[in-house]
Design a binder for this molecule. Structure first.
Ligand code: PAP
Length: 332
């Protein structure tokens, strides 16, 4: 396949934006860059791998999961993995999802965990880690792969959608904001806390669209615009909560996995919130957070934390943005 030039250039996130975030509780010290156009914010570490990440080669046997962060990616990835590996569900007890699937942004989103480096050195002794540990491990995998990414479609190989099956998980912005707040408040980067502010301040930064991996709406919009593409299936977290079997039946058709009702039930149980949480107690999936990665796993937690004033502001923001895109979310 031919290589594609990146469709964006990068600029440093302006000092006044960083100062605004600091004043609202962010302690993140690494440099951030953002795309032009799109203003999609990323850590500076992305720049070195941008070309390799953008040109990652997908195969027709791949399943790719995409999402804005905190939208239910881990749940969806476990469901997809279980559907693709129905005869090997016992592997979930032996390796966490990072050992069974590939998080393509991991090389620049977080410091690479030691266990990934060990796997990399064993499997690819001559490869260079700075060229992407996970990217190269994924490229070396021969069988059908489950890959996932939080990048917007703009920053993924333009051949991807025409090559393999893609699933995009979307979650309502209020609950994404709450989930992200709790996650970032518990997150340490190189030993340092990333956020030490109040929820209301966090929500302002979220609506300001300029922190890491933002803006949320453009991420959603890029997938929504492709919703009729035959290789793309969009799934909502709220629907998964309400009728998981219904969503699994749709996935079964999309992936052409041909699973029976009983197998789909097995899949849903294998990836239930309680099951994943109990597996996490034996095999932490994300060591950089204090406490459990699996927090509440509910729809509507926003109403337990947002003041009515913030709720009004958020509703206004949602109305304005979602009308432009033509998408509606469920909030309970
Ligand atoms: P990531 O961006 O760090 O990958 P992601 O997995 O997308 O996070 O989303 C995490 C959310 O999914 C958490 O939501 P909460 O903070 O509101 O609780 C997490 O609890 C939720 N989640 C994970 N697994 C499940 C599950 N099996 N059922 C329901 N929700 C789940």
């Amino acid at each position: 396949m031919s290589r594609h030039p990146l469709p964006v250039t990068f600029e440093e996130v302006p000092a006044e934006v960083v100062a605004r975030h600091s004043s609202r509780g962010f302690c993140y010290k690494k440099k951030m860059v953002r795309t032009v156009p799109g203003r999609f914010s990323l850590s500076e570490a992305y720049l070195k791998l941008a070309d390799a990440h953008y040109n990652f080669e997908f195969r027709s046997s791949d399943v790719v999961l995409l999402s804005y962060p905190k939208s239910g990616t881990t749940w969806a990835s476990e469901l997809l993995w279980a559907m693709m590996n129905i005869d090997h569900l016992d592997s979930m007890e032996k390796k966490n999802i990072h050992g069974r699937a590939f998080y393509l942004d991991k090389d620049f989103a977080h410091p690479i965990p030691e266990e990934d480096l060990i796997r990399f050195r064993q499997k690819l002794p001559d490869a260079k880690a700075e060229e992407g540990v996970i990217l190269q491990l994924a490229a070396a995998e021969k069988g059908p792969r489950l890959l996932w990414s939080h990048m917007p479609l703009l920053l993924l190989n333009p051949d991807m959608l025409n090559t393999c099956k893609v699933v995009y998980v979307a979650r309502n912005p209020k609950d994404v904001c709450v989930s992200a707040f709790h996650f970032i408040s518990k997150l340490r980067f190189e030993g340092l806390k990333v956020y030490q502010g109040e929820f209301s301040d966090f929500a302002e930064v979220f609506m300001d669209d300029s922190f890491m991996m933002m803006p949320y709406w453009e991420h959603i919009q890029q997938a929504w615009q492709q919703r009729d593409h035959e290789h793309l299936h969009i799934m909502f977290y709220e629907d998964m909560k309400k009728d998981l079997m219904g969503e699994l039946r749709k996935l079964n058709l999309h992936l052409m996995t041909g699973l029976t009702e009983q197998q789909l039930r097995q899949v849903s149980e294998a990836a239930s919130f309680d099951r994943l949480k109990s597996l996490e107690a034996k095999m932490p999936i994300f060591k950089a957070v204090d406490g459990s990665f699996f927090r509440k796993g509910q729809t509507g937690d926003w109403k337990n934390i947002a003041t009515s004033e913030l709720d009004i502001r958020m509703d206004r923001w949602i109305q304005e943005k979602s009308r432009m895109i033509g998408i509606t979310f469920q909030y309970s």
